[in-house]
Write a protein that binds this ligand. Structure first.
Ligand code: ADP
Ligand code: MG
Length: 390
C-alpha cells in the first residue's frame, strides 16, 4: 500500500472530514443492514481516540441532485449513535452557512453526520465549488469509502484536491488485499470467473489472464465459450455478439482456461423447474444452463490444487434460486478450506459468500462491488489516485 493512511498523520485537535460508505439498505425508516456502518467503526474510533473532531459524509441511494425525504441520513445517524456509543449530530444539509457554523463549533471527540451528499447536483458532477465547500469544513480529509472510490464525485475525489487526503483503515484493507491479488501475487495463482455476462467482464478477463496460471470459468459466461466451440446451448444465456471474442480467448489461452465438464440444466428459469445434470454438449432446445455440476466442482478442486492466491468474481450459477446455488456454494467451501490468500470481488459474489456463511473463512471479501471490479480490471480508482502517496 503506497498511500498514506490515518496512521501517518496527526489529527489531534483537528477537524477531520471522513467520506464513509453509509449507502445502506433502509426499511420502514430504519437501517435494514448495518454492515457498512460497522465496517468503518475502527477508523472512526481510532480518529476519536486520537482527539479528532469528526465530520462524516456519504451518499445514500439515488436522489438525482434533489432533496428526497426518504433518503435523509437520520436513520443512519441513529444506528451510528448506538454503534459508536456517543451522540451523533445529524445536520440537514452538507454545505452552507449553518453547516459551516456547526462544524466550527465542533470539539474533539464530537461527531457530525452531514446530510446525503447526492441531494446536491454538484456531488456527482464533481463541481469544484461544491467540493471546496465540503473541504472548508475541515483541515484533513479521510476516505474510507472504498465502495465509492471508482466514482470521481465531489466527496470522493474533488474534495481531496483542497485538503491533505489519506486513507482510512477500511480503504487500506481493501487496497492491501486487492493489491496482493493483482500486483505480484504469490503463485500458483488461480482466478475463478462467473456471473451472467462476458461483456461485463472483458477487461477483468484480460487483466487476470496477464498474471494467473489458470482461469476457471463458470456461470452464464461459460455458455458463450461453449457456443464458441459450436455447442448447442438451448435457451441458455448466450451473448452472440461476443462469441468471436470468446473464440479468440480460447485460441490464445486454451491451456490455462478451465471450463465446466458438466452443467445443471432446467426446463424453465424457475427454482421449481425440472432439472438434470448433463455434459455441456448435451444441452437441448427448451433447456437452459443454470449451474455448474458436481464433476465441475471436482475439476475446479483439482485445478485449484496447491494455489497460493485465488481471486474469485462472479457466481457460478443462478445462486439466487436455491436449486441452482449448489455449484457456487460448493466452490465457496473449497476456497474456505484452502491454505491460500482468497480474495472475493463483486457485489453478487460477496452476497453469495455471505449467504454461504463463509465470509470469515476467506482472506478478504471486498465491500466494494463496482470498485472491486474496476480494481480487478487494473484500473486506477479516482478516489484512490487522489490520496497522498507515502
Ligand atoms: P458480481 O456482482 O459478483 O460481479 P455478476 O453481477 O457478474 O457478479 O453476476 C451475478 C449474476 O450472474 C447473478 O445474478 C446470477 O444469477 C447470474 N448467473 C450466474 N450464472 C448464470 C447462468 N448460468 N445463467 C444466467 N445467469 C447466471
Ligand atoms: Mg453484480
Amino acid at each position: 500500500m503506497n498511500k498514506k493512511t490515518i496512521k501517518d498523520i496527526d489529527v489531534q485537535g483537528r477537524h477531520v472530514l471522513v467520506r464513509v460508505d453509509f449507502n445502506v439498505p433502509l426499511k420502514d425508516g430504519m437501517v435494514a443492514d448495518d454492515t457498512r456502518i460497522r465496517a468503518v467503526l475502527p477508523t472512526l474510533n481510532y480518529l476519536l481516540e486520537q482527539g479528532a473532531a469528526l465530520i462524516l459524509c456519504s451518499h445514500l441511494g439515488r436522489p438525482q441532485g434533489e432533496i428526497v425525504p426518504e433518503l435523509r441520513m437520520d436513520p443512519v445517524a441513529q444506528r451510528l449513535e448506538e454503534l459508536l456509543g456517543r451522540p451523533v449530530n445529524k445536520l440537514d444539509d452538507c454545505v452552507g452557512p449553518q453547516v459551516k457554523a456547526a462544524a466550527q463549533a465542533l470539539q474533539p471527540g464530537q461527531v457530525i453526520l452531514l446530510e446525503n451528499t447526492r441531494f446536491h447536483p454538484g456531488e456527482k458532477a464533481n463541481d469544484p465549488a461544491f467540493a471546496r465547500q465540503l473541504a472548508s469544513l475541515a483541515q484533513v480529509y479521510v476516505n474510507d469509502a472504498f465502495g465509492s472510490a471508482h466514482r470521481a464525485h465531489a466527496s470522493t475525489e474533488g474534495v481531496a484536491h483542497y485538503l491533505p487526503a489519506v486513507a482510512g483503515f477500511l480503504m487500506e484493507k481493501e487496497l492491501e488485499f486487492l493489491g496482493r491479488a493483482t500486483v505480484d501475487p504469490e503463485h500458483p495463482y488461480v482466478a475463478i470467473l462467473g456471473g451472467a455476462k462476458i461483456s461485463d467482464k472483458i477487461d477483468v478477463i484480460d487483466n487476470l489472464l496477464q498474471q494467473c496460471d489458470r482461469l476457471l470459468i463458470g456461470g452464464g459466461m461459460a455458455n458463450t465459450f461453449f457456443r464458441a466451440m459450436d455447442l448447442e446451448m438451448g435457451d441458455s444465456l448466450v451473448e452472440e455478439d461476443v462469441v468471436p471474442m470468446a473464440r479468440s480467448l480460447l485460441e490464445q489461452a486454451r491451456s490455462r482456461l478451465v471450463l465446466p465438464v458438466d452443467v445443471v440444466i432446467a426446463d424453465a428459469f424457475d427454482n421449481d423447474a425440472t432439472s438434470r445434470i448433463v455434459a455441456p454438449n448435451e444441452v437441448s432446445v427448451g433447456w437452459r444452463v443454470l449451474d455448474i455440476g458436481p464433476k465441475t466442482v471436482a475439476t475446479f478442486e483439482s485445478a485449484l490444487g496447491a494455489a497460493k492466491t485465488v481471486v474469485w468474481n462472479g457466481p457460478l450459477g443462478v445462486f439466487e434460486m436455491p436449486s441452482f446455488a449448489q455449484g457456487t456454494f460448493a466452490v465457496a467451501r473449497l476456497l474456505a478450506n484452502m491454505d491460500a490468500v482468497t480474495i472475493i470481488g463483486g457485489g453478487d459474489s460477496a452476497a453469495a459468500v455471505r449467504q454461504a456463511g463463509l465470509v470469515g473463512q476467506m482472506t478478504h471479501v471486498s465491500t466494494g462491488g463496482g470498485a472491486s471490479l474496476d480494481f480487478l480490471e487494473g484500473k486506477t480508482l479516482p478516489g484512490v489516485a487522489v490520496l497522498a502517496d507515502r
